[in-house]
Design a protein around this ligand. Structure first.
Ligand code: NDP
Length: 353
């Protein structure tokens, strides 16, 4: 093998409050020779996800923390450029936890990887037909259990997960209201995703607007944000409401955890239920979700936006876009090219509604 240089981002220190680019360290290293069972991936897209903020902290979660000095963990898709693993041949496209770097030595543990089926645009396993889309699918359908005619409220609705959850709720025949930051994102919700209403949490009184747009109350709340937005939804529940706790990004950068919602008693009064979940619990059913999501996207029933930045040197700044609300749809970073032509990404055809 010719000597290859890998450019990578390591976790340099634990963030305090909002993540800073100084929490990461840029490093170049010569890629070591592979041993049996390993394969070398040239990353093409990195996936930047809010959950990475939790992995940077020194606390046990559904995955162990990233160690100081370790390559920052993130999902990626790439192409196998060398292999000593019989299951992965040179030239194949794969997805896995390949990290914030240009090349990954894969094949073991978290970097086991999975082959991407022919014909699947390379970005999809990171977004609409990957963990993001599946989070929306299982969270909404299994926990939210929306029924035709019910009112579904989604926070973070212009984001990768929220936009898919909101559109699945529309496909289920629900009235769907989305909450997002800013007029551009709110227009996207109504004009492109076909939602029945949008609330700009940055300029509007969220509790009051939910009351106006959901006069019979909220039957299902799919929450990506937590904090004050969760409190505003709790104030507007219909009898028998289900709150799906998918995420709480408004609190991920808090140095001191905020007190919980002040109006939890509304769950009692409205006979409601609030439940959290982690997508990896549904791993046995991933094929079912990928099949449905792929069909919906190909049929134009679900639209998905991808926000693709470029260059490995921009990885920390691209990650920060999530917490500044700069991303529209799935946040990706393109760090390499495929050696053969392959549909790289797609924002999907216009909605056929
Ligand atoms: P998004 O594409 O939704 O990007 C994050 C968005 O969050 C931003 O675009 C921004 O949108 C919004 N945001 C950021 N800060 C704040 C804030 N302080 N208050 C309100 N909104 C804020 O990311 P993902 O789709 O990847 O993730 C969405 C959520 O789903 C996260 O909470 C994540 O942790 C969770 N998640 C949970 C999983 C599970 O298994 N339970 C799996 C995957 C994701 P805006 O401009 O509208 O503010």
């Amino acid at each position: 093998m010719t000597e290859r240089i890998n450019r990578q981002w390591l976790l340099a220190r634990r963030p305090v409050g909002m993540v800073s680019p100084a929490d990461f360290e840029f490093k170049q290293e010569t890629i070591p020779a592979l041993t049996d069972g390993q394969y070398l991936v040239r990353n093409i897209y990195l996936s930047l996800d809010p959950t990475m903020r939790g992995w940077m902290e020194d606390r046990e979660s559904y995955m162990p923390p990233v160690s100081l000095g370790e390559v920052m963990r993130c999902s990626a898709v790439g192409q196998v450029v060398e292999s000593r693993n019989p299951a992965f041949a040179e030239g194949e496209f794969v997805s896995g936890l390949f990290g914030m770097q240009e090349y990954a030595v894969a094949g073991q543990g978290f970097t086991h990887g999975a082959r991407i089926p022919d014909g699947t645009p390379l970005s999809w396993p990171l977004g609409v037909a990957g963990l993001t889309g599946m989070t929306a699918y299982f969270g909404l359908l299994e926990l939210g259990k929306p029924v035709q005619g019910e009112t579904v409220l989604v926070s973070g609705a212009a984001g990768a997960t929220g936009s898919i959850a909101a559109q699945i709720a529309k496909l289920e025949g629900c009235r769907v209201i989305g909450i997002a930051g800013g007029p551009e994102k709110c227009s996207l919700l109504t004009d492109e995703y076909g939602l029945d209403g949008a609330i700009d949490y940055k300029t509007e009184d969220v509790e009051q607007r939910i009351k106006e747009l959901c006069p019979r109350g909220v039957d299902v709340f799919f929450d990506n944000v937590g904090g004050k937005i969760l409190e505003a939804a709790l104030a507007n529940l219909a009898t028998g409401a289900r709150i799906v706790l998918c995420g709480g990004i408004s609190g991920y950068s808090d140095e001191v955890a905020q007190p919980g919602p002040r109006n939890l008693m509304n769950l009692v009064l409205q006979r409601g239920r609030m439940e959290g979940f982690i997508i990896i619990d549904y791993v046995a059913r991933f094929p079912e979700a990928v099949k449905m999501l792929t069909e919906w996207v190909r049929a134009g029933k679900i639209l998905h936006h991808e926000d693709i930045q470029e260059g490995i040197e921009n990885a920390p700044e691209t990650f920060l876009r999530l917490f500044r609300g700069q991303n529209i749809g799935k946040q990706l970073l393109k760090v390499g090219e495929a050696t053969e032509s392959r549909a790289l990404s797609s924002n999907g055809p216009p909605a056929a509604r």
